[in-house]
Design a protein around this ligand. Structure first.
Ligand code: SAH
Length: 213
């Protein structure tokens, strides 16, 4: 199966037409083989306009959401980025195509193993998949220029605020377990300036800033 036409059409119809403007983001979304990150039985649906199940009750976000979150970080290429919720590793690959170094934290052991394997197979040497609770961030890469939280929170995890550089951005879905709003917070003189992106539905973050179950 040739996935390239599907990827092209995804970029034109789902991303560009809906207002994603950052050419760098559009370029890498056209390049990264999203189907490689989803289970065999979902490969043919990988480029659809919806989230795709990746097992263990988790999903990889809809392509538009991945693109919009990446665009909101305004990366130029020299940044260190932290992702909370590696899942399939797809979002991390998109970030790694643009940023200098990506750290991505994941709680579920099997997803850690799987995402490491696929990122390695595709040749990403600037991504580190870390196993654990991402709420505390990851000290090795501190401080970060950008942070993406790809699971729903009811507040921004405090330690992540501290691990962000001046001028850095955190993109995070905030709300209740069922519905959230996606925000981008920009750190300015220790304070946070908030901008609303759109309504969204993410799987819940497990932990203090999310929900325990
Ligand atoms: N960004 C992923 C999709 C994320 S789904 C991708 O591109 O595929 C959300 C992920 O967050 C799930 O894999 C879930 O296990 C993980 N997660 C939930 N709470 C977490 C926490 N506290 N720390 C790290 N990962 C967490």
């Amino acid at each position: 199966m040739n996935y390239e036409p599907l990827r092209e059409s995804m970029v034109e119809n789902q991303l560009r037409r809906r207002g994603i403007k950052d050419e760098l983001v559009l370029k890498v979304m056209k390049k990264v083989p999203r189907h490689e990150f989803v289970p065999e039985e979902h490969k043919e649906r990988a480029y659809g306009d919806f989230p795709v199940p990746i097992g263990y009750g988790q999903t990889v976000s809809q392509p538009y959401v991945v693109a919009a979150m990446t665009e909101a970080l305004r990366l130029k290429g020299n940044e260190k980025v932290l992702e909370v919720g590696a899942g399939s590793g797809y979002q991390a690959a998109i970030l790694a195509e643009i940023a200098k170094k990506v750290y991505t934290v994941e709680l579920i052991h099997k997803l850690v193993e799987k995402s490491r394997k696929i990122l390695k197979k595709l040749g990403y040497t600037n991504v580190k998949v870390v196993e654990g609770n991402g709420e505390g961030g990851f000290k090795e890469g501190f401080p970060y220029d950008g942070i993406l939280i790809t699971a729903a929170c009811h507040k921004i995890p405090e330690q992540l605020q501290e691990q962000l550089n001046e001028g850095g951005r955190i993109v995070v879905p905030i709300g209740d377990r069922a519905f959230q709003e996606l925000f981008v917070f920009t750190k300015k003189k220790g304070d946070f300036e908030r901008a609303f992106l759109f309504d969204c539905r993410f799987v819940p973050l497990v932990g203090e800033s999310g929900w325990d179950y």
